[in-house]
Design a protein around this ligand. Structure first.
Ligand SMILES: *Cc1c(COP(=O)(O)O)cnc(C)c1O
Length: 517
């Protein structure tokens, strides 16, 4: 049992304790405290960021765990300043800083300042997007941004959508809609009320490429279809879905008496940035009746680029699209949306609760909960709103175009270098490669090269000098650069490649010494 704070015994003591706690409530009486405490928090971040000269300190979980575990959460500190100082030590000091030019690991973007202003506003007001009576203007602004995104996608006049917590949730909701839609069709074709959803789940299939995001499989499992319901379609040399293979897989599915529920195309695969042939896939979807979902969690930012928008051509044929603003729109987590071609399809997730959105009320007032699988939900849209109103879509596009160019230039460097092997030319802003020194490669020691690349990645992380990602391709270990920082230069990346050589060489020397003792 945790030790409870001493219970005040008199009414006066109880009232004083309540008054002290109420001083922490955000309201008109406490605005001086609000500004002072928030200002202190902002200063702590600024002070930290001013001192950052590497993405990471290299601290280990074992070291930090001791310090975190030592905090007694039942014993509050005397002041907000003291609590903040503790957080500086436990969190800010050793956090991984995505804005650092040598953070090139995952799809974490540096964030733009207008979005940070939005974040501060939306958490203070704390609107909730489920119903009009908890959100007012926020609902209309979110809807305007959904319409804006749908317009850029070219989905047509009936499009609609909703903000979500991230790409995984957007993909889940898309497949939920697709599942319920196909079930609706099947039930209408069967005798009324004879078919129940559980009866058909085992027959539904989802088609997606071998290199699509794992959240598709997780969604299939969550929706009761099972992981096996996802058919992995092979990819071409550029890591794009092979449409002939897709057509064959769907034909086999139908022949076996199964139902092609959805095809999930990816516009920007997480590892390679590859964009599936969207127009061809849409043709196959129309012919087979499958729902076409496009997972543009990564590639969605291309909607803002005048130079590279055409890479998304064909996306206008989608039935639904996932866009992660917290990736290529430079927004803080979380900010994502699911957009659908036919807004009525979102009715497949609607539940009418008497206390929240009774059927009659939803006809007259806009309640976003009708379209969402969340109930209480943040006004994340405000961040994107302020971003667009401050820097415009072109500003976002310029930042994205810069990293697409950088990936291309870095590719040329890697491709020329006999000690590095790159899997494919970048389609967006990632590079999957491995350090494969010619001397070791000549011996055909691929296992040693695997260990070498795994070692390099963790050695870099441990040193904190740079953070790179790792992935596997055909069972082999590779390194990955994900470039989202327009301030990163080719020279920065050449420096990281130098670090990779340095740690790699040390590893090989140690291995050879081992082999000789
Ligand atoms: C990141 C990503 C996701 C998952 O999005 P979250 O926002 O992390 O939930 C889905 N699909 C692709 C292609 C992604 O890159």
């Amino acid at each position: 049992m945790p030790k409870l704070l001493e219970e005040p015994t008199t009414n006066a003591a109880r009232a004083a304790a309540t008054r002290a706690a109420a001083n922490q409530l955000f309201n008109g009486q406490n605005l001086a405290r609000y500004e002072e405490e928030l200002g202190r928090g902002l200063s702590a971040v600024s002070k930290q960021v001013a001192g950052v000269d590497a993405p990471f300190t290299g601290i280990t979980p074992a070291e930090l765990r001791i310090e975190v575990a030592a905090v007694d959460l039942d014993q509050p500190l005397p002041t907000g300043a003291a609590a903040l100082a503790e957080v500086e030590r436990l969190y800010l000091r050793d956090a991984v800083y995505f804005h650092d030019v040598r953070y090139v690991a995952h799809l974490n973007c540096p964030v733009v300042i207008p979005a940070l202003v939005g974040e501060a506003l939306l958490t203070a007001v704390n609107s909730s997007m489920d119903t009009w009576d908890q959100s007012i203007g926020a609902t209309l602004m979110e809807r305007h941004l959904v319409d804006w995104t749908a317009g850029r996608l070219g989905l047509g006049p009936r499009a609609d959508g909703v903000f979500t917590s991230g790409g995984s949730q957007s993909n889940l909701q898309a497949l939920l809609v697709a599942r319920n839609r196909v079930f609706d069709q099947m039930r209408r074709e069967a005798l009324p009320n004879e078919l129940r959803l559980p009866d058909v789940l085992a027959r539904l299939r989802i088609f997606t490429s071998q290199v699509s995001h794992f959240s598709i499989r997780t969604a299939a499992s969550t929706l009761g279809l099972g992981f096996d319901a996802v058919v992995a379609v092979q990819t071409d040399a550029a890591k794009r879905m092979d449409v002939d293979a897709l057509a064959v897989a769907i034909a086999e599915c139908v022949e076996a008496g199964l139902v092609p529920m959805a095809v999930v195309a990816t516009a920007g695969t997480t590892d390679f940035g590859s964009i599936d042939p969207l127009s061809e896939i849409s043709g196959i979807c129309s012919a087979s009746g499958a729902w076409m979902h496009v997972d543009a969690a990564y590639g969605g930012g291309l909607l803002t680029s005048s130079r590279n928008r055409s890479r998304l051509n064909g996306i206008e044929h989608a039935d639904s699209v996932t866009v992660d603003y917290h990736k290529t729109f430079f927004q803080p987590v979380s900010s994502s949306a699911l957009i659908v071609r036919d807004g009525a399809m979102l009715g497949h997730v609607t539940h009418h609760a008497d206390y929240l959105n009774p059927r009659t009320a939803s006809m007259v007032v806009p309640n976003q909960v009708d379209k969402s699988i969340q109930t209480t939900r943040r006004f994340d849209a405000l961040k994107l709103w302020l971003t667009l109103r401050t820097m415009g879509a072109d500003g976002i596009g310029a930042l994205l175009d810069a990293v697409i160019d950088l990936a291309q230039r870095t590719y040329l460097v890697l491709d020329r270098d006999p000690d590095f092997e790159v899997v494919v030319a970048p389609a967006l802003s990632t590079l999957v490669f491995r350090y494969r020194p010619a001397a070791v490669a000549a011996d055909g020691r691929e296992d040693l090269i695997d260990k070498l690349n795994q070692h390099v990645r963790s050695a870099l992380f441990g040193s904190g000098e740079a953070v790179v990602a790792g992935t596997t391709v055909a069972g082999r270990h590779y390194l990955k650069f994900t470039l989202l920082n327009a301030e990163t230069t080719l020279a920065d990346l050449e420096h990281v490649l130098g670090l990779i050589r340095h740690h790699g060489t040390r590893f090989l020397v140690a291995e050879l010494e081992q082999a000789h003792v």
